[in-house]
Design a protein around this ligand. Structure first.
Ligand code: PEP
Length: 254
């Protein structure tokens, strides 16, 4: 049975008080209401990581960063290294989110370095891939995702199902309210699993957790999570409301 995971990406939202309140609410609701076994991860802004690690200590919720540096240490003003994250008690990091790729020009080669640094430091990664609307409409969306994986994640040294979660996030569905259909999601997740089989082995491919992300909410989560190759979600907007986020997590109660 593959690990089921629901992760919330808070992006650059919330101030300190609202971040702490939201985390407190999620922690309380899960303790009171959740009997399922899905793993829960929250990715706040860097500046709230330390507070959230403390607040969530002893709970079932892990804390992720939204990014890390491609370099180990040194003169890189404004950057945050994977080792620094580990020293704060952070366990996961999101790498390759489409907003990092498109707004901050992160390339497959810099993402490869980030994956290496994160794994060397002992962080688990949530590695994002996904096609643009143009790619989807021109029909080459599977090739685009294959290229993203082979040019970065698949050329890293120590990728395995314990230290790597893959998130399929079609760019056209992120923050747009336009969710990929369950069939579209299943098609891509199945293709990603085949890509892992080709690179590693069928046995290993069966163990990788593959999340869906893109306008996932409490209304559509159960149909999407019900697809054979979907193992949970990376949730943006709907993770900023405790009730919505916990309802999505509860998809794995039923
Ligand atoms: C995301 O940014 O990872 C995401 C999935 O956002 P949203 O759920 O808001 O589409």
């Amino acid at each position: 049975m593959r690990k089921k995971i629901v992760a919330g990406n808070w992006k650059m939202n919330l101030d300190r008080n609202s971040a702490l309140s939201l985390a407190t609410e999620i922690k309380g609701m899960l303790a009171d209401e959740y009997t399922g076994t899905a793993e829960v991860i929250i990715a706040p802004s860097f500046v709230f990581l330390g507070s959230l690690v403390q607040l969530l200590k002893g709970s079932t919720v892990s804390v992720a960063a939204q990014n890390c540096a491609a370099e180990k240490e040194g003169a890189f003003t404004g950057e945050v290294s994977a080792d620094m994250l580990v020293s704060m008690g952070v366990t996961h990091v999101i790498i390759g989110h489409s907003e990092r790729r498109s707004i901050f020009q992160e390339t497959n080669s810099s993402l490869k370095e980030k994956v290496e640094r994160a794994h060397e430091a002992g962080l688990k990664i949530i590695f994002c891939v996904g096609e643009s609307l143009d790619n989807r409409e021109s029909g080459n969306y599977i090739d685009v995702v294959r290229d993203q994986l082979s040019a970065s994640l698949f050329s890293c040294k120590s990728v395995n199902p314990e230290n790597t979660i893959i998130a399929y996030e079609p760019v056209w569905a992120i923050g747009t309210g336009k969710t990929a259909s369950p069939d579209q999601v299943q098609e891509m997740h199945c293709e990603i699993r085949k890509m892992i089989t080709q690179k590693y082995s069928h046995d290993l491919a069966e163990k990788f957790t593959i999340l869906y992300g893109g306008s996932c909410n409490e209304k559509n989560a159960s149909e999407i999570f019900g697809q054979a190759d979907v193992d949970g979600g990376l949730i943006g907007g709907a993770s900023l409301k405790s009730r919505s986020f916990v309802s999505i997590i509860k998809t794995y109660n039923r």
